[in-house]
Ligand binder design. Structure first.
Ligand SMILES: Nc1ncnc2c1ncn2[C@@H]1O[C@H](COP(=O)(O)OP(=O)(O)OP(=O)(O)O)[C@@H](O)[C@H]1O
Length: 576
């Protein structure tokens, strides 16, 4: 487009005519004339700050340059040989870092695509960086989208980078000196630059967050651990300390995000974060949102000493494991004191009492930064050795179900523990410690102290645990009817907390409305086993239940319509 046509189009846009330009371009042209008093016919050269000013800008942006470096390098490798230039500018538009082909340095410098150039809109007119700073959104300013004639050969695609408090910190720009005419030729550049900006925000949040929980979130399980979409940094009570831009989508009301509690928007509290750590399969780390959506979560535990989480009474992972139960209080108080030592711990209790969960919480409160988890059943000495060879610094070694450890692996374990002081074993077992049958040397290397978890039927905090699990696993306002609650409180729970979780999951799935009733509860495992063992016929069950469908359904562990169907099939009818 000639200079004259470009100027004419700007005049038309100012006069209110739609010329087919993107609206954010027209808005920027208007600002250039009406706000900054610019003249499109002037051929202003690039604005370059002085060396002293550049030093100041770079110094202020030092942390961002550090966080962005590796993302910029990898982005530059991706576009190598295609004549793209990468600019990192600060929030004022001054280029503080630069990657370009040395062959074109003079051309790039002349066009202002270089260190120290100032691309703020009030100086450079409509341009990628300037428009991005004003709109705080990714933009492509392609060729004659630029306001001044000096820049109309450029194509610039820019994405904002936000600091963890939500303020604009920098702009990442990818530019071409000469590009194909269609604007859509830059769609790929847009996707590259927005992804790179997201990674820079993530790197920055991770670098800040070593003393806090970080919860990373992704729509798809494949990318969760390698390239998550969003992240929040949380304090010990689950309040947001920092976030990446993409995490704004969680807080849809548009208010301030810092200081908000994560359980306002997600069905989890900070006590649930250990369940989202990397030792769990990705598919199991589903986080449901209060609005009904679901995401995959990856929780990263604090790495540095966490003074705020030291005792179970002060909040944190240990206190979240129990409500008001005297036996659990004693176990957790003991665990809190032992957690920060390097004493090997043996945690015993029936299946599903929460031994693994307690071990993770102890790791969280302790000082070791590394965490390894192994199931002992079928563990080979080679796998054990290979896993322990990855250790680099103080590490917790969680050994699940130590009673199942094969003999040859037991010998290897004793040797490994002898050779590596940095490994702290936390073992779990369903067998009483005295009956474990481990060799004496290995026993002493594993059980410096023991912790014994009570079965759920003996705990006095069953009601609190039910409420917490329901809040975590069910939609917002789902609750238990008084009779369902009483029925659950009266059960024996041979499968302990695991069984409780499963019973609630079934009830939530079967419940039609918002109130879980007795008929939504699966039959107690014991009753099912007894019914099968006693070989009760359908008729006997019906008689025992006074022909009450709901009662029979519960006793058989099926729903009412199944009972009805079976009755019809068996030709049974209630006695008149
Ligand atoms: N205090 C708790 N509050 C809520 N849920 C819990 C609690 N403790 C454990 N759970 C849940 O119960 C289930 C079983 O817990 P965990 O795996 O820790 O038990 P375990 O004693 O190690 O079981 P096993 O001996 O069978 O391996 C898990 O899904 C866990 O999230």
């Amino acid at each position: 487009m000639t200079d004259r046509r470009h100027i004419k189009e700007i005049e038309q846009v100012l006069g209110g005519t739609q010329t087919g330009r993107d609206s954010f371009v027209s808005a920027s042209w208007r600002r250039c004339v009406e706000l900054y008093g610019m003249d499109p016919s002037r051929n202003d050269p690039a604005h370059i700050v002085t060396d002293a000013e550049l030093r100041d800008h770079r110094k202020q942006a030092e942390w961002m340059i550090g966080a962005a470096r590796s993302s910029l390098q990898s982005l530059f490798r991706q576009v190598a040989g295609q004549n793209y230039v990468l600019l990192l500018t600060d929030a004022k538009g001054v280029c503080v870092d630069f990657f370009g082909d040395d062959l074109f340095v003079n051309d790039l410098r002349g066009a202002g695509l270089y260190l120290g150039s100032n691309w703020s809109e009030d100086l450079a007119g409509t341009c990628g960086v300037g428009a991005c700073i004003v709109t705080q959104e990714p933009v492509t300013i392609h060729q004659d989208d630029h306001f001044g004639n000096a820049h109309v050969s450029l194509s610039c695609t820019a994405a904002p980078i936000f600091d963890s408090l939500g303020g604009l910190a920098a702009v990442l720009d990818i530019s071409l000196l000469r590009s194909p005419t269609p604007k859509r030729s830059q769609n790929l550049a847009m996707s590259l630059v927005t992804n790179a900006a997201r990674r820079v925000e993530m790197a920055n949040l991770m670098a800040e967050g070593r003393r806090d929980w970080v919860l990373r979130l992704s729509d798809s399980p494949e990318f969760l651990d390698v390239d998550p979409e969003a992240a929040v940094r949380l304090d010990g009570s689950g309040r947001v300390l920092g976030y990446t831009r993409a995490a704004r989508r969680l807080f849809t009301d548009g208010g301030t995000i810092i200081g908000r509690r994560i359980d306002e928007v997600l069905n989890l509290t900070v006590d649930d974060l250990p369940d989202l750590m990397r030792d769990r399969p990705t598919e199991d780390r589903i986080v449901t949102m209060r609005d009904g959506g679901a995401l995959f979560g990856h929780a990263i535990a604090p790495q540095a000493p966490r003074t705020a989480l030291r005792s179970s009474r002060q909040g944190g992972p240990l206190s979240g494991l129990a409500g008001d139960d005297p036996a659990m209080e004693q176990v957790l108080a003991r665990a809190a004191k032992l957690a920060r030592t390097s004493v090997p711990l043996l945690i015993s209790g029936e299946t599903g009492t929460g031994k693994t969960k307690l071990a993770r919480a102890i790791h969280m409160v302790g000082t070791a930064s590394g965490f390894l988890s192994l199931d002992c059943a079928g563990l080979s000495p080679d796998t054990l050795q290979e896993t322990c060879d990855t250790v680099n610094g103080p590490t917790t070694l969680l050994l699940r179900r130590i009673e199942d450890l094969p003999g040859d692996a037991a010998a290897a374990l004793a040797a490994i523990l002898d050779g590596r002081d940095c490994l702290r074993p936390l073992s779990t077992t369903c067998v009483a410690p005295g009956a474990l049958g481990l060799s004496r040397p290995l026993f002493h290397r594993l059980a410096g102290a023991t912790l014994s978890l009570p079965p759920l039927r003996q705990r006095q905090d069953l009601g609190t645990l039910m409420d917490r699990l329901l809040r975590r696993r069910a939609p917002d306002d789902m609750r238990l009817s008084p009779s369902a609650r009483a029925a659950l409180l009266g059960r024996q729970w041979p499968g302990n907390l695991r069984e409780l979780e499963q019973v609630l999951d079934v009830a939530i799935a079967l419940c039609e409305g918002r109130v879980i009733d007795q008929s939504d509860l699966p039959a107690p495992v014991d009753a099912m086993i007894q019914a099968t063992e006693a070989g009760e016929s359908l008729e006997q069950v019906m008689e025992a239940c006074g022909w009450n469908m709901s009662c029979a359904a519960r006793r058989l562990g099926v729903n009412r319509s199944t009972v009805l169907r079976r009755l019809r099939k068996a030709g049974l009818q209630p006695p008149h």
